[in-house]
Design a binder for this molecule. Structure first.
Ligand code: ATP
Length: 233
């Protein structure tokens, strides 16, 4: 596929949760270009997490298409979709979702287990994980520490390294800075951007916090892309 195609394209997507008539997403078009950084803003309940689930293929729309790297996610079987997600998307969760009793290294290498192409890109994986830690400002000896013993700011960097390893085309970050003060947030974002840029990954971050806007190539509000907060028929 030529590189000019968007990395992500949602077209005419409609989704509502079963039994929840008061909420529905109606997205005529939402695309992300390769290597850009985009902040998606929206108030609580506007459907940001629902949109991320559609992009990750953990839920499928009632109508419309979600293409990631040119592949229609809904066309894949559940097993293939899981592997495709592991290859294509690096995820940073709000609560980081690290395994607290596992080492930092094992946490970072976790997504590679299900993603052979990503693993091949990260080879030699231990050296790559160490380099990522260093570039994200983690102390050298942190790699062997149990993830649960690190500070919140350090855990966030481990979560970023886990998302970045093997250069997935899309990094999704769901409110990853909300637990941190403004200065720590800014440092983290700068490090994350530098690494995402180095690997050519597109970065989509979801937040309530419009103060983060200056850091991004593009800022989108849920109301810009979603026609209505009401469920469709
Ligand atoms: N698993 C689910 N089952 C049923 N309804 C859900 C589910 N997840 C979200 N919803 C509903 O979908 C709507 C949008 O929620 P969503 O979590 O996507 O919004 P959000 O913008 O991410 O909110 P927040 O910023 O508070 O996380 C809400 O009405 C919510 O109750």
């Amino acid at each position: 596929m030529p590189d000019i195609d968007p990395i992500l394209a949602l077209r005419d997507v409609k989704f509502s949760w079963p039994g929840r008539a008061s909420f529905g997403l109606d997205l005529p078009e939402f695309t992300l270009d390769r290597s850009e950084s985009v902040l998606l803003l929206g108030e609580s309940g506007s459907g940001k997490s629902t949109l991320l689930s559609l992009i990750c293929g953990t839920i499928t729309p009632q109508s419309g298409t979600v293409h990631l790297s040119g592949t229609d996610i809904a066309s894949l079987s559940a097993g293939k979709r899981d592997r495709f997600r592991a290859e294509q998307i690096g995820l940073i969760f709000q609560q980081f979702n690290l395994l607290p009793y596992a080492s930092v290294l094992d946490n970072i290498l976790l997504p590679l287990r299900f993603a052979p192409e990503r693993r091949a890109r990260a080879d030699p994986v231990t050296d790559t994980a160490k380099a990522l830690c260093l570039n994200l400002g983690l102390p050298e000896d942190a790699i062997n520490a149990k993830a649960g013993t690190l500070s919140v700011g350090q855990q966030q960097r481990v979560a970023a390294a886990r998302a970045l390893i093997g250069a997935p085309p899309l990094i999704i970050a769901d409110e990853p800075t909300s637990a941190l003060d403004a200065a720590t947030q800014a440092t983290f974002l700068n490090l994350l951007f530098a690494q995402a840029r180095a690997s050519g990954s597109t970065l989509l971050m979801v937040s309530h916090d419009a103060r983060l806007s200056d850091h991004f190539d593009r800022v989108i509000h849920m109301s810009d892309i979603s026609r209505s907060a009401m469920a469709h028929a």
